[in-house]
Each structure stands twice: as C-alpha cells, then as structure tokens.
Ligand binder design. Structure first.
Ligand SMILES: [Zn+2]
Length: 128
C-alpha cells in the first residue's frame, strides 16, 4: 500500500542504491499526485529520489542532477499512454520533460520534473 503519498510508496520512490533515502520534495509530490489523479491509472516509477552518490554513478548530471532534488520522477511508459501523460504533464506545468521512447518497450520512459532553480534551465524538453 502507498505510504509516501496517496498513490506512491516510499519503496518505489527511494534511491535504488540501497541507501534507503526517499527525500522527495513535498510540493513536487503534491503536484505529481494531481498529475496522477488526472492520468487516472497506475504508474510504474523507475526512478524517484536519488542520493548524490548514486546519481553521480548512473547519470551524467552528477551529484546535483534533477533526481537529487526530490523534484523528479521517471515513469515507465510508452505509446498512447506516454502521449497522454506527456500532454497532461505539459498542462500541469511541469517544466522539465525527458522523453525516452525508442528501443525496447520495456525500457521506454518519461522523465518529469519541476525545477525552477536557475541551476536547472527550464522549461526544457530533451530526448535520451
Ligand atoms: Zn542512494
């Protein structure tokens, strides 16, 4: 059962390195819950919070990447569902959208974040 917010559990939002941290930003998660409600179906989180050490290991964004702020979530999704979620994310005003929609269906995802800080140029869309 979800325990971190209405639809998401600490288990799915925590850093995947084993450190156990799930330092999600409260305002971001509230906004993401609104997105989830509008989407109206379950979402598969592939990445929520990442500690600086783990992000440095797996991403070129390093110790200060979007996921280290707790204001970013990756959702495993493709095709029509990805279109729907992307459209909603734009309508809700999320400012950073990473699109990974090629290669095996199993590895396709959308990165959704909301990072107004000057260190993260937004609004922005990118592909992987
Ligand atoms: Zn970690």
């Amino acid at each position: 059962m979800p325990d971190h917010s209405e639809h998401f559990s600490t288990t799915e939002l925590r850093c995947r390195c084993g450190c156990g941290q799930a330092l999600m930003d409260a305002d971001f998660l509230k906004k993401f819950e609104d997105l989830r409600t509008a989407y109206g179906a379950s979402m598969i989180v592939t990445s929520g919070y990442r500690c600086p050490a783990h992000n440095t290991k797996i991403s070129h964004t390093g110790a200060h990447g979007p996921h280290t702020t707790g204001c970013a979530i990756d959702i495993k999704i493709h095709d029509a569902a990805a279109y729907k979620l992307l459209l909603l994310a734009l309508q809700f005003g999320f400012s950073g959208l990473g699109v990974s929609q090629r290669g095996p269906m199993e590895s396709r995802f959308l990165h959704i974040d909301n990072l107004p800080h000057p260190a993260y140029p937004r609004p922005r869309v990118w592909s992987y």
